[in-house]
Design a protein around this ligand. Sequence first.
Ligand SMILES: [Zn+2]
Length: 125
Amino acid sequence: MLTQQNTPTCQQCGKPVKGRIDKRFCDDYCRNAYNNSIKTQVSKTVKTINATLLKNRKVLEAMLPPADDTAKTTRDRLLKQGFNFSYHTHVYTTKTGKSYVYCYDYGYLPLDNDWFLLVRTKDER
Ligand SMILES: [Zn+2]
């Protein structure tokens, strides 16, 4: 039996692809299925990150009373509420070199001994 080492295989189903050497899929069905699975994976990843960021924002919002501009809390309290320090939307560094870490319009500034200063972006309206 002849083994064809160089026969390309379909990236979707793994079957040998007949035809042009640069063909990556058996047919349109396999190409579409492959592209859709990538899209699904991307949107799953994005959804997970967005949910984590929104959860972080919710935690910060709950700890910063609407009447106050700032509040203080600890790393433990944030973690207990489900805060995930791996995710944030942006970092704002002041002229004095302090880096505020933001999840959308809510942010925190790490202080000494695992304390955090919570802040809210001022509504410009
Ligand atoms: Zn295929």
